[in-house]
Design a protein around this ligand. Structure first.
Ligand code: HEM
Length: 402
């Protein structure tokens, strides 16, 4: 019998119209559009939906060799209300005129509330997003492989810095204000993804293990959203951080607008946190698993967080990752055990948060260790917030070299 590769199975699945074949879980898509902000759906599988308009723009930019000029032109394009920069092709300008704005359903009061909430919680969010979501991304097989085989995979320090820019610009006291940065950062990111969708299918090494015709479908973006935002909310609740209903709604709303800006259709964007949890149960948790690429990326990322950057012991960092994710993910990534640090983290992180939040008067013995860690992680973000001199988001022109 012929040994079918995953790609052949995918092509066969697509030809037979098997819904959900493109999802790594192999199960049919069964999330109702009723739980979306659109209130209904066409029944489409988000793993079979990409971003046609943005992809066509990126395709033309790549074919015409315009990307270096665009990267130069938009380096100083940062503020939400800044005019579009000169020096870009007309079709890019007219595309950006359509998309570089808030959707009609964006609620300014909720966005303003998200700015306040994120300012209050930023240090916890940064911990959840770096050692939690950042490392979780390496056990999301499609994401790990896409990141590894794209240009940024060869320089993970810079790639992580660019991703921090997105987090920093969103969790900012003026993310949505005219002189905030998030709308522009999200639009740049959407175009980076569009460029990657054009580039990765030309990488033989990426294609070797690919199970979809092009990467970063709407479903994949939602999956990452859950690994960041749905997961962060569950961490805040687990750590007993006070979150009012209005604050939780503001958090979700900021992400709903962010997903829209990243090119996700409204029929797939969850309406409530309960809808988001249901979606994550279906599309995130069952597909996690190790890949060679993900193990390599995790090693590189953790190397940056340990001694050279924050002066932290690797046993402490590894056990913090195991605490934030779980032992199965830690084992997949081959993180060595340090049982003394494990006991410290499990006992003292909750005590640290409780003391910091005023819920407990007892200062844990390791307060300064955790404080050094939390401050260090925050500095990673702050050093990479958008400014013309810091790590700008640029469109790639090629895949990972070699
Ligand atoms: C690039 C954020 C989903 C793969 C980027 C960048 C940001 C970002 C800020 C630009 C920085 C850079 O160039 O490295 C996000 C967010 C997502 C999301 C907020 C969802 C909420 C995904 C998914 C995949 C993916 C689902 C793959 C399955 C990539 C790749 C790059 C990239 C390959 C380009 C790396 C390079 O070569 O430079 N993303 N991303 N992203 N993203 Fe995403």
């Amino acid at each position: 019998m012929e040994n079918l590769s995953r790609r052949k199975v995918l092509t066969l699945g697509a030809a037979l119209g098997i819904a959900g074949m493109a999802g790594t879980s192999g199960t049919a898509w069964a999330w109702s559009g009723k739980g979306s902000i659109a209130g209904s759906g066409t029944g489409a599988d988000p793993f079979q939906v990409w971003d046609d308009t943005a992809d066509a723009v990126a395709k033309a930019l790549l074919a015409e060799g315009k990307i270096p000029a665009v990267n130069t032109a938009w380096q100083g394009w940062i503020d939400n209300n800044a005019p579009l920069p000169a020096g870009m092709p007309d079709y890019l300008v007219s595309y950006l005129r359509q998309v570089n704005k808030l959707p009609s359903w964006a609620d300014p009061a909720k966005l303003a509330a998200s700015e306040k909430l994120y300012t209050r919680l930023s240090s916890y969010l940064f911990v959840s997003e770096t050692l939690g979501s950042g490392i979780m991304s390496t056990v999301i097989p499609r994401e790990a492989r896409a990141v590894y085989w794209s240009a940024g995979g060869a320089d993970m320090k810079q790639r992580a810095a660019k991703t921090f820019t997105f987090g920093y610009d969103l969790h900012n006291s003026k993310a949505w204000a005219p002189d905030g940065h998030f709308v522009v950062t999200a639009n740049k990111t959407r175009l980076v993804h569009a460029a990657v969708r054009n580039l990765l299918p030309t990488s033989a090494k990426y294609q070797d293990g690919a199970d979809q015709p092009k990467p970063i479908s709407n479903g994949d973006i939602l999956r990452t959203f859950h690994s960041v935002a749905t997961y962060a909310r569950s961490n805040m609740l687990k750590w007993h951080i006070a979150l009012s209903t209005a604050e939780q709604e503001a958090d979700l709303h900021a992400w709903q607008v962010a997903l829209h800006l990243l090119g996700v259709q409204e029929q797939f964007i969850p309406k409530t946190w309960a809808d988001a949890e249901a979606q994550a149960q279906q599309m995130l948790w069952p597909v996690l698993g190790p890949t060679d690429e993900g193990v390599s990326l995790a090693k590189t990322l953790l190397g940056y967080i340990e001694k050279p950057t924050l002066g932290l012991d690797s046993g402490f960092v590894n056990e913090l990752v195991r605490y934030l994710l779980n032992d199965q993910m830690g084992d997949w990534l081959g993180l060595p055990r340090d049982y003394a640090q494990a006991a410290l983290v499990r006992l003292e992180w909750p005590a640290y948060v409780a003391f910091r939040e005023g819920a407990s008067k007892i200062m844990p013995g390791s307060f300064y260790l955790f404080d050094q860690f939390v401050r260090g992680i925050s500095m990673l973000y702050l050093n990479n917030g958008t400014s013309p001199t810091q790590t700008p988001i640029t469109l790639p022109v090629a895949n990972r070299p070699g």
